[in-house]
Design a protein around this ligand. Structure first.
Ligand code: GTP
Length: 152
């Protein structure tokens, strides 16, 4: 298991084991690949990030992952793979998030992308995103780096 601080100095625990922190996590994050490029979304407040969000009532985490990708990018997931899980020990609460890798086969134009401005396709994830204001804080800790290494 890895331990480090996030962008806001909250403690983060990350593991690539099978659901080490919760069998029913309430959050999901999906690293998406579309036509051999990375597929992100532009969150209205936070900026560029891989899609994700909260698991709704009567929904599994896997279902939430498919739904969030569709809502935030218009992407249709062809193949979803569980990668790992992380726990953020926030000041007010602790959250547990499943990390997935998804192959997206199709991007459908939508009127609404919920709390985002829709899909953003990138050939590479730039090196200097820690200091890049266009990127969301959730892209600015070792969860992203370690997950990308794992996917590669
Ligand atoms: P509600 O009020 O219930 O809607 O929740 P919230 O707006 O407080 O946000 P949420 O439950 O999604 O997350 C709670 C806190 O966890 C956030 O304020 C963040 O600090 C932290 N958090 C959520 N997702 C991530 C993440 O992917 N990475 C990191 N480092 N922190 C996260």
């Amino acid at each position: 298991m890895y331990r480090f601080k996030d962008y806001y100095h909250n403690e983060v625990q990350l593991s690539f084991d099978d659901h080490p922190f919760s069998s029913l996590p309430k959050h999901v994050w999906v690293i998406c690949r579309y036509k051999d490029k990375w597929l992100l979304t532009q969150h209205s407040d936070r900026g560029y990030e891989f899609p994700g969000g909260k698991v709704e009532k009567n929904e599994s985490a896997d279902e939430a992952a498919l739904r969030e990708v569709k809502e935030e990018t218009g992407g249709i997931v062809e193949k979803l793979t569980y990668i790992g899980q992380y726990r953020v020990l926030g000041k007010e609460k602790t959250i547990v998030k499943n990390i997935y890798f998804a192959i997206v086969s199709e991007l459908i134009d939508q009127e609404c992308y919920y709390e985002t401005n829709g899909p953003v396709v990138m050939e590479t994830i730039p090196q200097g995103i820690l200091r890049d204001k266009r990127f969301s804080f959730i892209m600015k800790d070792e969860v992203l780096q370690k997950t990308m290494q794992r996917i590669n």
